[in-house]
Design a protein around this ligand. Structure first.
Ligand code: ZN
Length: 360
């Protein structure tokens, strides 16, 4: 009795399973189609099959092996300068220094060329990025490929750009010593002008030392007030989370000048999609109070400038002196105008006041 009723039960279950099996099959076909739709047919067919069979570890093993060797120089390569990028900066109208260490570019939102993301092992997911085989648009650390890339210098010997996917793999390894960078003379390097060799991708993030494609002529202000705080933010984030950061650095030059006017820094944390790190800024290669000739690298400090005789226009009625190019000079009536060649110190000691607009 007991046996017979059990058999009946089983037969009944089996007939009820048929629609459920069909539904499961339809779901699997839909899921497989979803995976196959955004990558090359063979590779994703293999991946999805491996996943179904529980072999997810195979891909991870591959990328772990390659990223393990990815310490600095061996895996960093140089790419042609012509390989250009998207940017919202207009080279003909670079931002003017206004007292801030940096200004936002594109509202501060990072923008990366597709190639930069794809080399990191990311694949397009609508407007977003994910790693291969991740159905719900997530990024799997183990499927990423950390790397560094340095644009080759242009015809004038100027650095072009550097980018990569930075992580613990690209950072200096324990005990790795920082080498001597003094043999490198970046474009615009003028003697005794207090210039610093400024890394595009910091040593702490890239373990790159005397790489001429990664060093520019920079001011202490650019190095320490502009770039350093942002570099440290990225460095601490990587140490704290073990995550990876897409990074893009580009020095901006005006015309044929040899010293960069500024450096664009773009960074985006990949695993948490910008929650930890997300910025796109332009840092100024200036020294507040000093005048830089960006064609030659000659720096004139405020004190030196005050000692140099030059042409000023004095308003004899108000006692204010201007640079000849100031709008205040155009508005001045001719009989109040007096053009002199003098030093700034001479004029102030004679009781004249520098114009607030042209700041002579
Ligand atoms: Zn003026």
């Amino acid at each position: 009795m007991a046996k017979a009723s059990q058999n009946n039960k089983n037969t009944g279950d089996r007939s009820r399973q048929r629609p459920a099996l069909a539904l499961l099959l339809a779901f699997l076909i839909a899921a497989a189609f979803f995976i196959l739709s955004d990558v090359s047919f063979v590779k994703s067919a293999r991946d999805s099959l491996m996943q179904k069979l529980g072999y997810e570890a195979i891909d991870q093993g591959d990328s772990n092996e390659s990223s393990g060797e990815n310490s600095s120089a061996e895996n960093s390569d140089v790419i042609p300068a012509e390989w250009d990028v998207t940017s919202d900066i207009d080279p003909a109208a670079l931002p003017e220094y206004n007292g801030q260490n940096y200004v936002k570019v594109s509202g501060g939102t990072p923008v990366f060329p597709d190639e930069v993301c794809e080399r990191a092992g990311l694949i397009k997911d609508g407007d977003d990025w994910k790693t291969q085989g991740n159905l719900f648009g997530t990024v799997d650390s183990n499927k990423l490929t950390p790397y560094e890339c340095y644009g080759s210098p242009d015809d004038l010997g100027r650095c072009t750009y550097a980018f990569g996917l930075l992580g613990e793999e690209t950072m200096p390894q324990e005990g790795q010593e920082r080498g001597d960078i003094s043999p490198v003379h970046p474009s615009g390097w003028a003697k005794a002008q207090n210039w610093e060799r400024c890394h595009l991708i910091a040593w702490a993030l890239s373990a790159e030392n005397a790489n001429p494609s990664n060093l520019i002529t920079g001011t202490h202000y650019l190095n320490y007030d502009g770039m350093r705080p942002l570099e440290e933010e990225v460095e601490h984030y990587i140490w704290d989370t073990g995550n990876h950061v897409l990074y893009y650095i580009k020095p901006w030059f005006k015309d044929d000048e040899l010293v960069a006017r500024g450096v664009q820094m773009t960074a985006w944390s990949v695993e948490d999609k910008g929650e930890g790190i997300s910025f796109n800024v332009y840092c100024f290669n200036v020294t507040p109070g000093a005048e830089i000739d960006y064609r030659t690298g000659i720096v004139t400090t405020e004190e030196q400038a005050a000692q140099d005789a030059r042409v000023y226009v004095i308003n004899t009625r108000s006692g204010v002196f201007h640079y000849p190019t100031c709008d205040g000079v155009k508005e001045m009536s001719e009989h109040n105008k007096k053009t002199v060649t003098a030093t700034r110190t001479e004029l102030t000691s004679q009781g004249y006041t520098p114009c607030g607009a042209c700041e002579p």
